[in-house]
Design a protein around this ligand. Structure first.
Ligand code: TYD
Length: 142
């Protein structure tokens, strides 16, 4: 099963022109899955956190297209915090990874590329239930 060591920063192409920069991403090419959904997080209230859940199947790539935030990932055994502050870098978060998005800078905008359409049934919103689901998956595969 994947864990926080599988969370990795993906370098996205940055095309610089005298007028400014463009970054384009393609599902299955730059992004390690087909993109089924895109959502963005913005107008985050000072000191508010987002996330605080895991997904049973969903994979995501999180990009701070403007400003800065910290993503903490947790697989039940390890936790890691990663600063995102570049529009040309994305954090890959595999399935069954608890994530918290925090320390948003003022005006930050975060784009999330997701492998599946929205489905509330894919969420695990309780950390204890997340730990139990991970250990039952680990024992089923051993
Ligand atoms: P949620 O993923 O729970 O965000 P957070 O954990 O950061 O609060 O989403 C918040 C609300 O937005 C929730 O009611 C579900 C809704 N939502 C959608 O309808 N579609 C989506 O693609 C997402 C990501 C959320």
């Amino acid at each position: 099963m994947t864990g926080v060591d599988d969370c990795r920063l993906i370098e996205l192409p940055r095309i610089d022109r005298p007028q400014g920069a463009i970054t384009a991403v393609e599902g299955g090419v730059t992004i390690p899955f087909e993109i089924a959904r895109i959502y963005y997080i913005y107008d985050v209230v000072y000191q508010a956190n987002r996330g605080g859940h895991a997904h049973k199947e969903l994979q995501q790539v999180i990009v701070a297209v403007l400003g800065r935030l910290v993503v903490t990932v947790d697989d039940g055994a390890q936790r890691r915090s990663i600063v995102l502050d570049r529009a040309d870098q994305g954090l890959y978060v595999p399935r069954m990874t608890w994530r918290e998005l925090e320390q948003f800078s003022s005006g930050a905008v975060c784009v999330v590329l997701a492998s599946l359409p929205y489905d509330e049934a894919d969420y695990i919103r309780d950390h204890g239930a997340f730990l139990a689901a991970r250990s039952s998956e680990a024992s089923a595969s051993s």
